[in-house]
Write a protein that binds this ligand. Structure first.
Ligand code: SAH
Ligand code: SF4
Length: 388
């Protein structure tokens, strides 16, 4: 079977090329064609020898994920739904801001952690994505945005579109560690996407041993989903806390900071009405964090979905909560909810896995609503339903 070159970081591609009798600089050229130019067709790679192109054509492919749909929010957020086989789909979200573009990437189909307030968690776990399936999300999004913007502006090549990647889509990235790390390396590689370590963020519900491994193998920015100031409440909201309680988690955060590209950890805290959002919770959180771990706090307004039975905290309660922490000197921001009109907000991703019996029907229906011209193999022309 043909090897998918999206499965490799540059080191892996170099090893693969050596099995074809090719030197490292050929792997670099190939890597640049794939990731910097978005090219999947070996024949287009004009500075590779014909003989190498022939060898590649017979042994390898550059295979993206089949695109099911593309939804564009009123605020410019774009959500792509990709088919990962056997009735599973994952989502990738592009969030444009004035000075940068952020891509929210999935690491698993479903998630085994099962947080109370998370739609992905409610679906259960289907499977890990492979490195190529993680990398393909960035490969597709970057080159699709470039193609679209080049067409819109009527000009030639356009500059990089995605400056930040956050592993905050579906799944727990640190429960898919072996596939994650090569994908991160491709994001960081100067011959790949050249993203700064500070601008690639792994978000985790707190898989302590893997936080330690990430620190050694590929230290990028770290966000930790805390959501509660004590173990009793966190056990309930984030079941993984029973295995790795808060104290162990905070110790791992301190160790991570020794090698992290940023000098703080971001703690995420989803604001749930009447559950974890009182001034007393804020003070408890302050006692927990102050002087212990250099951190910033990001309060996320809960994005409701019917099965959760939970509600979003009122805006004033979120403000009061933030104030307690800010007054004590902890930088606290409230995340702006983006793309909620297309269910692209945090924790709302890919209800498509939920009901396995109907998922094929739903995908067929989606395909009818938004016809997709091609698979993700290479930059696409604009798709019906997307803006110019
Ligand atoms: N599994 C990782 C990364 C994916 S979730 C993690 O849990 O960190 C990304 C972020 O979205 C996490 O902080 C998560 O707690 C938050 N989130 C999940 N469901 C949400 C919801 N319904 N509303 C708001 N934020 C949510
Ligand atoms: Fe999994 Fe993160 Fe959702 Fe928890 S919040 S269920 S860890 S994806």
């Amino acid at each position: 079977m043909a090897v998918n070159l999206l499965d490799f970081d540059l080191e892996g591609l170099t090893a693969f090329c050596s099995t074809l009798g090719e030197k490292r600089f050929r792997a670099v050229q190939l890597f640049r064609w794939i990731h910097q130019r978005g090219v999947a067709d070996f024949d287009t790679m004009s500075d590779l020898a014909k003989s190498l192109r022939a060898k590649l054509a017979s042994s390898a492919v550059v295979q993206g994920l089949p695109l099911i749909s593309e939804h564009v929010s009123a605020d410019g957020t774009i959500k792509w739904l990709f088919d990962v086989g056997q009735g599973n789909a994952v989502e990738t979200v592009y969030i444009p801001e004035a000075d940068r573009g952020t891509l929210c990437v999935s690491s698993q189909a479903g998630c085994a952690v099962g947080c109370r307030f998370c739609s992905t968690g409610h679906q259960g776990f289907s499977r890990n994505l492979g490195t190529g399936e993680i990398t393909a999300q960035l490969w597709f999004a970057e080159h699709r945005l470039r193609a679209r913007n080049a067409a819109a502006a009527g000009i030639g090549p356009v500059p990089r579109q995605i400056d930040n990647v956050v592993m905050m889509g579906m799944g727990e990235p640190l429960q898919n560690y072996n596939a994650l790390v090569p994908a991160l390396r491709t994001m960081l590689d100067d011959h790949g996407y050249g993203l700064s370590r500070r601008r690639v963020t792994v978000s985790t519900s707190g898989v302590v041993p893997m936080i330690d491994r990430l620190r050694e193998d590929c230290p990028v920015a770290l966000a930790v989903s805390l959501h509660a100031p004590d173990d009793a409440l966190r056990d309930n909201l984030v079941p993984l806390n029973r295995k790795y309680p808060i104290d162990e988690l905070l110790q791992a955060c301190s160790r991570y900071l020794e090698k992290a590209p940023r000098d703080f950890i971001t703690f995420e805290y989803c604001m749930l009405d009447g559950v974890n959002d009182s001034p007393e919770h804020a003070r408890a959180l302050l006692r927990l964090l102050q002087g212990r771990v250099a951190c910033k706090l990001n309060l996320i307004p809960f994005n409701p979905f019917p099965a959760s039975g939970l509600k979003r905290s009122p805006r004033e309660r979120v403000q009061a909560f933030a104030q307690v922490l800010q007054d004590a000197g902890i930088v606290t921001t409230v995340r702006k909810t983006r793309g909620d009109d297309i269910d692209a907000a945090c924790g709302q991703l890919a209800g498509e896995v939920q009901d396995r019996t109907q998922v094929q029907d739903r995908m067929a229906r989606l395909r009818q609503v938004i016809p997709i011209a091609a698979t993700a193999a290479g930059p696409l022309p604009s798709v019906a339903g997307s803006p110019p």
